[in-house]
Design a protein around this ligand. Structure first.
Ligand SMILES: CSC[C@H]1O[C@H](OP(=O)(O)O)[C@H](O)[C@@H]1O
Ligand SMILES: Nc1ncnc2[nH]cnc12
Length: 287
C-alpha cells in the first residue's frame, strides 16, 4: 500500500475534486466504526492523494455525528501523512468577506461533547501537545499557493469550533466577534486533535461563506448562503490545494509526525490487549 500520501477532507459544498487520475473509491474498516464515506484514492499534480467528503456523499452526517476517529484512522491506514481540510466558515470580523480564505492557526473549543476527539482511553492514556494545533509548515505551503493564485487570503486566525447543528444565537455571535476571534465552524477541531494523535500534519483552509449573525447590516447565515458562496469559491480552493500538493515534502519528518513521542503516560506493561490492538496502527513506532 502506498505511503506518504496527502489527504484532502472536503466540507460543506466540496464533495469531490476533479482531475484525480487512477481514481478508485476504497472502503476502509476501522476499530472505531465507520468513516463518513469510502475514500477516493488517486493521483493529483504528481502526488498520491486521498479525498474524503467529510459529511459523506449527499451530505448525510451532522457535525456532531461525525466519526473523526474513523475518518482519521482511515486516512492513516491509507498511508496519509498530511491532511488539508477545506471547510466552510462564518466570518467573525468585518475584514473577512465572503469568498476570502483564512489560513487559521488556532482553535477555540466550544463543543459540548469532545469524547470522540481522541483515540486514547480504555486503559491507554496519552496527552499530545496541542499549543500549535495546525502544522505551520503545511499552513505556509498553502499560504504561498493561495498568494501565488491571487486568492483573497488571510495569514492566521482563530477558528471557534461550536457544537451546532443550529447556527449561533446573535448573543453568541456578538460575543465571539467582541472577543476578537476570526471564524466560526463546527468540524475542524476534533479532526485536528485526532490527526495530531495519529501523527499527521493537519491544516485548515477556512472558506468564508457568511457573516454569521453578529453584523447588523448583513443578513444572518443560512445554508443557502453557505452553499452559494462555497460553490463560487470551490474552484479557487481546489486550485490552491492542487498547487500546494506539489510543494509538500515526500518525507514525513515534521514535529507533528512524532507527536506521540513523550505523550504516552501509561506503562506499556499494563496496556490492555484490545486497546493496544485497536491502536496498533498509531502506536507501532512505540511498541
Ligand atoms: C452547511 S453550513 C454548516 C456546516 O458547514 C461547515 O461544515 P464543514 O466544516 O464540513 O465545511 C460547518 O462546520 C457546518 O458543519
Ligand atoms: N456561520 C457559521 N457558523 C458555523 N458554521 C458555519 N459554516 C459556515 N458558516 C458557518
Amino acid at each position: 500500500m502506498a505511503a506518504n500520501r496527502i489527504g484532502i477532507i472536503g466540507g460543506s459544498g466540496l464533495y469531490h475534486i476533479e482531475g484525480f487520475t487512477n481514481q478508485k473509491w476504497v472502503k476502509v474498516k476501522t476499530p472505531f466504526g465507520a468513516p463518513s464515506d469510502d475514500f477516493l484514492t488517486g493521483e493529483l499534480n504528481g502526488r498520491e492523494v486521498v479525498f474524503l467528503p467529510r459529511h459523506g456523499r449527499g451530505h448525510r452526517i451532522l457535525p456532531g455525528e461525525l466519526n473523526y476517529r474513523a475518518n482519521i484512522y482511515g486516512m492513516k491506514k491509507l498511508g496519509v501523512q498530511w491532511i488539508i481540510s477545506v471547510s466552510a466558515v462564518g466570518s467573525l470580523q468585518a475584514k473577512y468577506k465572503p469568498c476570502d480564505v483564512v489560513l487559521v492557526d488556532q482553535f477555540l473549543d466550544r463543543t459540548k461533547n469532545a469524547a470522540g476527539h481522541t483515540f486514547f482511553g480504555k486503559g491507554i492514556v496519552a496527552h499530545v501537545a496541542f499549543a500549535d494545533p495546525i502544522a505551520e509548515e503545511l499552513r505556509r505551503i498553502l499560504l504561498k499557493s493561495a498568494r501565488k493564485l491571487k486568492a483573497r487570503v488571510h495569514d492566521g486566525g482563530t477558528y471557534v469550533n461550536m457544537e451546532g447543528p443550529a447556527f449561533s444565537t446573535r448573543a453568541e455571535s456578538i460575543t465571539n466577534h467582541k472577543m476578537g476571534y476570526d471564524v466560526v465552524g463546527m468540524t475542524n477541531l476534533g479532526e485536528a486533535k485526532c490527526a495530531r494523535e495519529a501523527e499527521m500534519a493537519y491544516a485548515t483552509m477556512a472558506m468564508i461563506t457568511d457573516y454569521d449573525c453578529w453584523k447588523v447590516d448583513e443578513a444572518h447565515v443560512t445554508v443557502e448562503m453557505v452553499i452559494e458562496n462555497l460553490t463560487k469559491n470551490a474552484a479557487m480552493a481546489k486550485d490552491v490545494v492542487k498547487d500546494a500538493i506539489a510543494n509538500i515534502p515526500t518525507e514525513a519528518n515534521w514535529p507533528c509526525h512524532s507527536a506521540l513521542h513523550n505523550a504516552i503516560m501509561t506503562d506499556k506493561k499494563v496496556w490492555p490487549a484490545k486497546t493496544k490492538n485497536d491502536l496498533k496502527l498509531l502506536l507501532q513506532k512505540y511498541l
